[in-house]
Ligand binder design. Structure first.
Ligand SMILES: N[C@H](CCC[C@H](N)C(=O)O)C(=O)O
Length: 314
């Protein structure tokens, strides 16, 4: 991730002096979280990037502002069809860019609302929230949260070939194009199939892998290796690393784990299971396919959420 320039970070943070914040993560995908129940603390791109800066700010893969949906035009639009989506996850990537969705972020967002005393959600209870990727329903489970991520779809007809600089270059320096699938989970993903993760060994995904074709608003790129055997006790298993749009390599990506399961399940064919475990550097998340309303297949993402600390900006 590119650090924000010093001349931007300092002034941006000074505009936020006294701000109460928390730090949390879901399988190592970490966020700076701000509660804004009165809708008076909009956080812009430079401010978000400064808060997420790991050397001059608090540090995080993204910034999550918890704000009542009624205070945002996107939220008011959602309330028309989902009046119970009282809270809105206002999410920005570490570089300050907006993104439609953040799967790990939704779990940490709901956990944050609970720890702030802004909602009451008993074990087994469910909550509907608003995001720029639509309304999401979240259930509190015994060991975290399960999110109905909604329907998935392929972004391009057929399969898109993908190339990744510095990580899939063969010994004789040839760029290796791999089969890939571009999948929308509310945000764009390009899933690249590898035979084994050792092909990425020793590689930090510093630069955005080259993919072809590129989705209109850029893409998150997942490198995925199926387990051997792919299915055990009826559950499929894959291992993945990810270069996130607007961030860089992260320990985990919830929407990316869903996209990876969509792609591997597509490649595995009709016998592939509906339940998956996705192993990421930061832990393991569950992905499950189920028949959603209107006959669309939905994806459920499940996993832990942790609030590490809270503080006040100097
Ligand atoms: N960087 C992503 C957003 C965060 C996604 C990821 N953190 C997740 O858990 O889904 C994008 O620009 O689409």
């Amino acid at each position: 991730m590119n650090a924000t320039p010093a001349e931007t970070t300092g002034p941006a943070l000074r505009t936020l002096s006294g701000l109460r914040f928390s730090k949390g993560h879901g399988t190592g995908n970490d966020f700076v979280l701000v509660a804004d129940p009165d809708g008076t603390h909009a956080i812009g791109a430079d401010q978000a990037a400064a808060l997420c800066d790991r050397h001059r700010g608090i540090g995080g893969d993204g910034l999550i502002r918890a704000v009542p949906s009624r205070f945002l035009p996107e939220g008011r639009e959602l309330l028309a069809g989902a009046p119970n989506a009282e809270w809105f996850m206002d999410y920005r990537n570490a570089d300050g860019s907006l993104s439609e969705m953040c799967g790990n972020g939704v779990r940490v967002f709901v956990h944050f609302l609970r720890t702030q005393g802004l909602i009451d959600l008993p074990d087994g209870g469910s909550l509907t929230i608003g995001t720029r990727g639509g309304v999401k329903t979240v259930v509190r489970t015994g060991d975290g949260y399960a999110v109905d991520m909604g329907p998935w779809e392929f972004i391009f007809p057929g399969e898109a070939s993908a190339k990744a600089m510095d990580s899939l270059v063969t010994a004789d320096g040839l760029e290796v194009a791999r089969p890939a699938l571009s999948v929308s989970m509310g945000n764009p993903h390009t899933v690249v199939a590898l035979a084994e993760l050792s092909e990425l060994a020793g590689t930090r995904l510093f630069t955005a892998p080259k993919v072809d074709p590129v989705p209109a608003n850029g893409t998150n790129v997942e490198f995925v290796v199926p387990a051997e055997p792919l299915v055990h006790d009826g559950v499929g298993s894959v291992t993945m690393r990810v270069h996130e749009r607007g961030v860089g390599e992260t320990q985990s990506c919830g929407t990316g784990a869903c996209a990876a399961a969509v792609a591997i399940r597509h490649w595995a064919g009709a016998e592939a299971p509906d339940a998956w475990r996705v192993h990421v550097p930061g832990g393991v998340v569950g992905v499950k396919f189920f028949a959603g309303p209107g006959g669309h297949e939905h994806v459920e993402l499940s996993g832990p959420a942790v609030i590490v600390a809270s503080g006040t900006l100097s």
